[in-house]
Design a protein around this ligand. Structure first.
Ligand SMILES: Cc1cc2nc3c(=O)[nH]c(=O)nc-3n(C[C@H](O)[C@H](O)[C@H](O)COP(=O)(O)OP(=O)(O)OC[C@H]3O[C@@H](n4cnc5c(N)ncnc54)[C@H](O)[C@@H]3O)c2cc1C
Ligand SMILES: NC(=O)c1ccc[n+]([C@@H]2O[C@H](COP(=O)([O-])OP(=O)(O)OC[C@H]3O[C@@H](n4cnc5c(N)ncnc54)[C@H](O)[C@@H]3O)[C@@H](O)[C@H]2O)c1
Length: 461
């Protein structure tokens, strides 16, 4: 006989535990199945350790610049075991917090093992069958490892295996010039490695506007990172010095030889070994679980939250998925994914804070636009901190006077962007902040000025 629960959650990443908390709080019996580490990607191999490592890298960078500030610190050295230990502690503390949280939920059973559907709303874990009228999938994703020629012959790193490194590679070749690749590239450059980024596209972070990509490339190259764009990484091979990464480039050497190679070429959902066909759960061509606007899958009684549904690829979008499902099922709400205004940050230094449309997307929409842009050299706070790379940019609809999107690439940009994100969520029009009195000196204080400087631009309408 299968063991029965009121609900089964597969995956204890970002959405699962929070939903378990709400469901058990409503008196339901819940099984949460986790095959690896409680906390999932963000806690164990994603946001938390990477931002801890980024902080160490920033400290090293600032120490090297000490003389510019009139501070003598002597020769800067990197104690990589201590750097790694900081990250390990953040991981373990956070994981334990999640485990303790789950342990304290009455009516919750944590089952450690790989769950696989054997029939609709019926799964097998460790040879045992469990069933429930409601099943929530929060299975996340993992590093995509393409079948490059030679990939099986070399030792490569992914975001999971690079985190515990206790030594600095002599020359790290990073394949993929987007979020994961660039955060690690800059961090390892600051730890003292030679770093080459190999990106197949014509520019870094291609989802962003060209001016964003160009500015990020400029400050990364300014730190000595080599960037190879328009590179089709077609082969990996062993080399006496480490790994050779074959690239097809319009110019430059056809081969980059490094001591280590990090593959940062995207993620793939953990849906290939979940028995979804046994449960009638449809996936798209890339394996993401198809969901409607309330995150219901094609199978009755089954929902999918977080990275595995392809609607978001961030911790806060996974969390928001939990909020949507909980509100609709437990609070009589009618919340939808399409109501979400997407914001995110890229944690290079200075960081990129982003919300809503890029200027490119706004222009493509054909609507009449207002655009305003200000370099960080004209932001007092950035000048005082001697961190003047980047710019702030906002795009608004000239007719509705609503902000469509913004980018703050600059010191504090990951925080300051919330001033605009909140305005967009409040559906505030561009005149709303005219008489606000922001705090001086902050990056955010320039948001009303930036908005006040909005000017019409030519669009294709
Ligand atoms: C290097 C890196 C840095 C990142 N930095 C940021 C950042 O700064 N900010 C941000 O917002 N996002 C960041 N992200 C993205 C963020 O980590 C993810 O969006 C987030 O963790 C997704 O949460 P999730 O709950 O959907 O999935 P996950 O956290 O991946 O959790 C899924 C869980 O399901 C388990 N599981 C999978 N299949 C099964 C199965 N069949 N049976 C049982 N258990 C299963 C897995 O073991 C895992 O624990 C980063 C990602 C990476 C890789
Ligand atoms: N700060 C954050 O919030 C943060 C940080 C890290 C990761 N993440 C999440 O993780 C996800 C995955 O990040 P990612 O950077 O791995 O993926 P991505 O999909 O953002 O970028 C992959 C990059 O690799 C390039 N690429 C693909 N195939 C290649 C090849 N054969 N040779 C050379 N380049 C190739 C692509 O052109 C692209 O630039 C992101 O979508 C993001 O949501 C978020």
């Amino acid at each position: 006989m299968p063991r029965s629960f009121d609900a089964i959650i597969v995956g204890a990443g970002q959405a699962g535990p929070a939903l378990a908390n709400r469901l058990t709080g409503a008196g339901k019996t819940v099984a949460i199945v986790e095959r690896h580490l409680v906390g999932g990607t963000c806690v164990n191999t994603g946001c938390k350790p990477t931002k801890t490592l980024v902080a160490s890298a920033y400290a090293a960078h600032l120490a090297r610049r000490g003389a510019e500030y009139g501070v003598g610190v002597g020769a800067v050295s990197i104690d990589m075991p201590t750097v790694a230990a900081r990250a390990r502690k953040v991981i373990l503390d956070s994981r334990k917090g999640n485990e303790d949280w789950l342990a304290g939920m009455p009516g919750l059973t944590l089952i450690r093992g790989h769950a696989r559907f054997v029939a609709p709303r019926r799964l097998e874990v460790n040879g045992e069958t469990i069933e429930a009228p409601q099943v929530f999938l929060n299975v996340g994703g993992r590093a995509n490892v393409p079948d490059f020629p030679g990939v099986d012959e070399v030792d490569y790193l992914t975001n999971s295996t690079i985190i515990p490194l206790e030594s600095v590679p002599e020359h790290l070749v990073v394949v993929g010039g987007s979020y994961i690749g660039l955060e690690f590239a800059q961090m390892y450059r600051r730890f003292g490695a030679r770093v080459t980024v190999v990106e197949q596209g014509p520019r870094l972070v291609q989802r962003e506007d060209e001016d964003v990509s160009a500015e990020i490339r400029a400050f990364l190259e300014g730190e000595g990172i080599e960037v190879r764009t328009d590179a089709c990484c077609i082969r990996l091979a062993r080399h006496s010095n480490g790994v050779s990464v074959g690239v097809d480039c319009t110019d430059g050497s056809p081969e980059v030889v490094g001591t280590h190679v990090l593959l940062a070429v995207g993620r793939r959902p953990n849906t290939d070994d979940l028995g979804l066909d046994k449960a009638g759960i449809a996936v798209d061509e890339r394996g993401y679980i198809k969901v409607d606007d309330r995150l219901a899958t094609s199978a009755e009684g089954v929902w999918a939250m977080g990275d595995c549904n392809g609607k978001g690829a961030f911790t806060h979008t996974a969390w928001n998925d939990y909020e949507i499902v909980a509100a609709n099922l437990l609070d009589g709400g009618d919340r939808r994914v399409s109501d979400r205004i997407l914001g995110y940050a890229l944690y290079v230094d200075p960081p990129l804070g982003r919300v809503g449309m890029t200027e490119t997307q706004a222009r493509a929409s054909g609507r009449p636009l207002l655009v305003s842009k200000r370099p960080m050299t004209r932001v007092g706070r950035a000048v005082e901190k001697a961190e003047t790379h980047g710019f702030m940019k906002v795009v608004a609809d000239a007719e509705t006077k609503q902000i469509l999107g913004a980018a703050i690439l600059g010191t504090g940009g990951d925080e300051a962007i919330h001033g605009i994100l909140d305005m967009m969520n409040a559906k505030a029009s561009i005149g709303t902040l005219q008489w606000a009195v922001p705090i001086h000196p902050t990056v955010s204080e320039l948001i009303p000025t930036l908005i006040g400087d909005l000017q019409p631009v030519e669009t294709n309408r």
